[in-house]
Design a protein around this ligand. Sequence first.
Ligand SMILES: [Zn+2]
Length: 226
Amino acid sequence: MHPLVAAADLVVGAACPGCGTPALRLCRLCGEAVPPDPSTVDPPRQVGVPVVAAGPYSGILRRTVLAWKEQGREPLTAVLACHLAAAVVPLLDDRPAVLVPAPSSAGRWSRRGEDRMGPLVAAAAERIAALDVPVSVRRLLVRTRRVADQTVLGAGGRAANQHASMHAGAVVPERGALVVVVDDVVTTGSTLAEAVRALRVRGHGVAGAAVVAATPAPTARRRSDL
Ligand SMILES: [Zn+2]
């Protein structure tokens, strides 16, 4: 974003997505309220590898992701990169990492979503490198066909929508490096599952997947909807 645009945002009332006080990013209090707290997503979402999320997709963290993704609040990238990096590190066991972004679905936010994930993954990689962990980002995955907007589909529809929709390039990762698929949010896990499938078809071992946030378990979500 151009600096003048960012400044104009503040003038016209950019607000902390957590509490609404004027701020370009999360305010200090909200930042302290949602520190990265990586844990394995439970129950597993049929991804075939461990999935680590830095927090639940709810409250302040959810509002921050939405403000970043849907309103293009670029200064929030640094906040979410901190979370994404925190989710990657537990999967590495002190080994080098190759971060592979999951391609977004077609849909309302797809083009913008692609634009957002690049800087997010790059910023997360910088944070991981600052821990003296060798890390690279490889865009190994591309879509082989158009997929529908996941947000309008149920769990079964999401899986069918994603299945066999990706193709992985054949770049050989660095020796000893662990491939980790990264995305912003995991819901049913169908996007991550397809990413893992496509990578395995090309012979890439996948150590796990890391995301900023995980939605509540599908059963819990249904219950809360009642
Ligand atoms: Zn706040």
